[in-house]
Design a protein around this ligand. Structure first.
Ligand SMILES: [Zn+2]
Length: 212
């Protein structure tokens, strides 16, 4: 194993534990991956994000073949679908975080863009957040739906399930997933209150100031 791969494995475990310790996942929910030249390193099936072992993380080929390590998460195909459409992304985080899942269950949300522009950092890290329709876990139609949505979005919310967020680095994917969960929490806190969201002009200005 190269020193770079060892560092990636260590970083996945440290950041996954950080997510778990702050309540972004429970039980064996949530999975984190990084794409390398040798394949995708991803958390194993039935593993807890709080107790990942760098040596036992799964290595999966871009075609989904299990190459090394423990058996990969059943949701590894969600990550692969994102990488297939967005080769510039090197990391994907998928969570069952409480507030994001709560929003993913609401009847009256816009499936084109689930959350309003509450803060500048949400707009900069997530931007638009489409809703992917519900499919049962492991159903390959879910992978197809994620792949289709990934053509235009690096972040999406799976209905009654949770977010899938990609980043150009592991840190960026984690930060974006955190920003999404905190924004979902704010959105739920503000429901029923008269609220000033960012205006279209303010959102457009952010895109000019912080492109990409
Ligand atoms: Zn899931």
């Amino acid at each position: 194993m190269t020193p770079q791969e060892a560092k990636i494995r260590e970083d996945i475990c440290v950041l996954a534990k950080s997510l778990y310790d702050r309540g972004y996942g429970c039980g064996s929910s949530g999975n984190v991956s990084v794409m390398t030249d040798d394949g995708m390193i991803v958390s194993p099936t039935n593993s807890c994000m709080g107790r990942l072992d760098p040596a036992r993380l799964s290595l999966v080929g871009r075609d989904g073949a299990h190459l090394a390590g423990d058996k990969p998460s059943k949701e590894a195909f969600l990550h692969l679908a994102m990488y297939q459409e967005r080769p510039e992304m090197t990391s994907v985080v998928h969570l069952h975080a409480t507030h994001s899942v709560a929003v993913a269950c609401l009847a009256e949300i816009d499936p084109e863009d689930v959350l309003p522009p509450i803060t500048a950092y949400y707009v900069m890290r997530i931007g638009k957040l489409p809703l992917v329709p519900y499919f049962p876990p492991g159903d390959m139609t879910l992978a197809n739906a994620v792949r289709e949505t990934a053509k235009h979005h690096h972040a999406m919310l799976l209905a009654n399930h949770g977010p899938v967020v990609a980043g150009k680095s592991l840190e960026n994917a984690v930060y974006a997933a955190e920003e999404l969960e905190e924004t979902a929490k704010l959105f739920l806190m503000l429901r029923g209150e008269r609220t000033r969201f960012l205006t279209q002009a303010q959102v457009a200005d952010l895109a000019v100031r912080f492109p990409g």
